[in-house]
Design a protein around this ligand. Structure first.
Ligand code: ADP
Ligand code: GN1
Ligand code: MG
Length: 354
């Protein structure tokens, strides 16, 4: 390990290292050097991110851009380069490693403890969006191709219906009917991106609360982390995915659907934070379509869970049989709930524009 750490331009000699945080994707270590400097070392998950070089180009370009826009070193992530000036180190086993400066005195929450925490995550992801508004998004690589292309996600659902692992389509007729009845809406965002009505933006694509570091003392947001899924896309993806996950009243795999709905107070608080963070950088159409972002990200995620169920659970890790179907059901319940609150969601968005 010390040899690995020494590949990076750290200050001092490595003195201590240990596994760190509770991320599910990368292998994360905290490294302390005898100089007192602390770093985060991560092994990139190659099975999910098949082109680590491209992903690191995305991260290097966006973090450098963000760093120029703030004087506070804790407000953005800083890559530590290798001793030969590269953004990653490839070891003898072909594993890819990268290093960041450790951001000190932070909290990383798995779940919002108060609505204010959710508001602040909206503020952080909004700022991320706002500060990168002038970044040439078309120069970024698609870390996962067609990640939020809802039309492609529907095509993958059709392929999964054909595959019909263990004849599971029999067990999810209602869910399939629900999803397919909404296929006509699949182009709501992607078509407007393609024809230029919606601007191409830098998107984070994993906008959960646990990807924001908060200041330990003030509990206000410092910076957005977990930058592997940065890609070109729509601001509606980042906003929508936060609402899908964070404004839901229940766990993603809750079996009792009576407990699942989209909480309008949480929807409001996140929207206020996000719009404040974006600081006027969104177009009128983007703002108007925020509810659509929430609905499409939720529908799409439901479709992905359902397709994975029909494929025999090959993508999302499951802990019991049928978990992906339970997950699809909660997402579709949220979609139905949003549809019934459609006017209210638009009113809240209008009221949140300052
Ligand atoms: P994963 O993709 O596995 O979720 P993350 O990049 O989110 O990986 O990192 C995992 C955890 O490590 C985070 O939840 C956070 O607690 C911590 N972490 C990551 N980067 C830093 C950093 N630069 N400074 C302090 N803590 C960090
Ligand atoms: C995956 O790894 P995690 O749990 O942050 C998925 C997201 C889904 C989410 C649903 C790279 O995110 O797109 O919304 O599960 N990430 C990838 O729980 O596919
Ligand atoms: Mg993470």
């Amino acid at each position: 390990m010390n040899e690995l750490i020494s590949q990076f331009a750290v200050k001092g000699a490595p003195a201590q290292y240990s596994r760190y945080g509770c991320g599910h994707i990368n292998e994360t270590y905290m490294v302390t050097c005898d100089s007192g400097f602390v770093y985060i070392l991560q092994k990139i998950n190659k099975s999910i991110f098949t082109k680590p070089e491209e992903l690191m180009e995305n991260i290097a370009a966006t973090t450098a851009f963000l760093a120029e826009r703030s004087d506070d070193p804790r407000a953005s992530m800083h890559l530590v380069l290798t001793t030969d000036g590269k953004t990653f180190y490839k070891d003898a086993e072909g594993e890819y490693w990268r290093m960041y400066d450790f951001v000190p005195s932070t909290v990383c929450m798995q779940k919002a403890e108060t609505p204010k925490d959710f508001y602040f995550s909206g503020l952080a992801f909004g700022r991320f969006q706002g500060q990168l508004a002038d970044f040439p998004a078309q120069t970024l690589h698609e870390a996962i191709v067609d990640f939020h292309n809802t039309r492609v996600r529907f095509a993958q659902l059709h392929a999964a219906i054909e595959k019909n692992y263990e004849n599971r389509a029999e067990l999810c007729k209602v869910e399939l009917e629900f999803a397919l009845a909404r296929e006509c809406e699949a182009g709501a965002i992607v078509d407007k991106l393609a024809n230029g009505e919606l601007p191409l933006r830098v998107t984070h694509n994993d906008t959960k609360l646990n990807n924001v570091l908060f200041d330990y003392d003030t509990r206000t947001p410092l910076c957005v982390i977990d930058l592997d899924t940065i890609m070109p896309g729509s601001s509606l993806y980042d906003y929508g995915d936060s609402i899908r996950f964070g404004a839901s009243t229940a766990a993603e795999d809750e079996k009792d659907l009576d407990k699942v709905w989209c909480d309008m107070e949480l929807f409001r608080t996140y929207t206020e934070g996000f719009l404040e963070g974006c600081n006027g950088s969104l177009t009128d159409l983007e703002v108007e379509m925020l509810p659509m972002g929430a609905k499409m990200m939720t529908l799409e995620c439901g479709i992905r869970f359902l397709a994975d169920y029909l494929n025999g659970d090959t993508y999302f890790r499951t802990h019991y049989e049928g978990q992906n179907l339970d997950r699809a059901r909660t997402q579709f319940k949220l979609v139905a709930d949003m549809e019934s609150k459609w006017e209210m969601m638009h009113t809240i968005v209008k009221e949140s524009v300052k």
